[in-house]
Write a protein of this length. Sequence first.
Length: 176
Amino acid sequence: MLQKLKHIRTFIFDVDGVLTNGTVLVTENGEQLRQFNIKDGYALQLAIKKGYKIVVISGAKSQGVQKRLLGLGISDIYLGVSDKINVFNNYQQEHQLDTSQMVYVGDDIPDLQVMRLAGLAVCPKDAVDEIKEISHYISPKNGGEGVARDIIEKVMKIQGKWNDTNPDAHDGSLSV
């Protein structure tokens, strides 16, 4: 797996169960709330700052999720997606990316087929068995508890890009 990490340029993440713990809190007025990890946020914005592409492809559709991701500097956000393979293939072709340079982090059956296309398939420790079986790396972290930070940090450390000379991750609109 270490050899694969040396070539990664693009990180693709699912939301529920990866960037969040998969729990949705529903308020009395029907609003669906999700919880994100601050350490994941720091790693995501740092990766962008260092020139990596960060992409989010999720079946979830939430203004709160979109606002959080935009606040971290992520612009390639695809929410409400039912065909993740189509979005993945279009993104790869549009940006002329080699799949060996792409990580996909997923946790459940809707991620299965697209994870098979990525050069490096990663999942959280609490992913479903079918996803664990096809993953090249199973993070020791659960979804929403640092799995994004785990894989980003590993890639950036092996490529010598982890240390940040300006560690202030606050962008003025949302805290990381």
